[in-house]
Design a protein around this ligand. Structure first.
Ligand SMILES: Nc1ncnc2c1ncn2[C@@H]1O[C@H](COP(=O)(O)OP(=O)(O)OP(=O)(O)O)[C@@H](O)[C@H]1O
Length: 233
């Protein structure tokens, strides 16, 4: 089933008299369960595309359909609800709240979703266990390594029950071993939880683990290749 459908997406940024064509006429589909990497040189449009799919930015023209909803037609309050219930985000900077424990950080989005405390706690523990942090869930982010903090961010994204997880350079601040370990965890979760992942990366070792590679250049899709069947583990 198609989860994301991009139709003729273009994005132009204007800086004074200068126009930057960040994305030009991008059309592509992402199916449910895919584990796909968005790759391409710096400035090729990866972040812009992820932001548009995630409703954090709007295209200059074109449409984004996610799970049957025309994201580009939503107003601000519909968009924030949509993001809260349908999407999980993992950013380059882990974006954890420093005064909260790992467990409380994972619970936070579920608080906003209005989930009951017992359910929140149970889900947060479950996902922290799955990412291998069961023993350190009471620690604050400052007492965790970078790799562990990013695993908290992955647990947080998944615990909210999203249809799609968008990850912008999730391994950019990690060394190679931590980067591959994080990707292995994301990959495992994408199969076990049947969650769709779309992540951007520069890292060749991270790219190797993708089941589909969408390569951008100058704001256009230069190559789009399925490496493995997303349903085969
Ligand atoms: N807010 C903005 N205002 C003006 N230009 C922008 C803005 N955001 C992005 N751009 C431009 O759009 C183009 C695409 O940028 P984008 O950040 O999407 O690329 P990227 O592939 O994610 O790069 P990187 O790998 O370095 O993060 C670049 O030319 C960038 O300078």
């Amino acid at each position: 089933m198609t989860l994301v459908r991009l139709e003729n997406i273009s994005k132009t940024f204007r800086q004074g008299d200068i126009e930057v064509h960040a994305l030009t006429d991008i059309s592509l589909d992402v199916s449910e369960g895919e584990f796909a990497a968005l790759v391409g040189p710096s400035g090729s449009g990866k972040t812009t595309l992820l932001n548009i799919i995630g409703g954090l930015d709007s295209p200059t023209s074109g449409k984004v359909h996610l799970n049957g909803t025309d994201v580009t037609a939503l107003n601000e309050s519909q968009l924030s609800d949509f993001r809260l219930f349908q999407l999980g985000f993992v950013f380059q900077a882990y974006n954890l709240v420093p005064v909260l424990s790992a467990l409380e950080n994972v619970e936070l989005i579920m608080v906003l979703q209005g989930r009951a405390e017992s359910e929140r706690r149970e889900r947060a523990r479950h996902y922290l266990d799955l990412v291998g942090l069961g023993k350190v869930m009471d620690r604050r982010p400052s007492a965790l390594s970078g790799g562990q903090q990013q695993r908290v961010a992955v647990a947080r994204a998944l615990a909210s029950g999203p249809r799609l997880v968008l990850a912008d350079e999730p391994t950019a601040n990690l060394d190679s071993d931590n980067a591959t370990a994080l990707l292995d965890i994301m990959h495992k979760l994408s199969h076990e939880e049947k969650t769709t992942f779309l992540f951007s990366t520069h890292d060749p070792r991270v790219m190797e683990r993708a089941e589909r590679i969408i390569q951008l250049r100058d704001g256009k899709v230069e190559m789009d290749r399925v490496i493995a069947d997303a349903n085969a583990v």
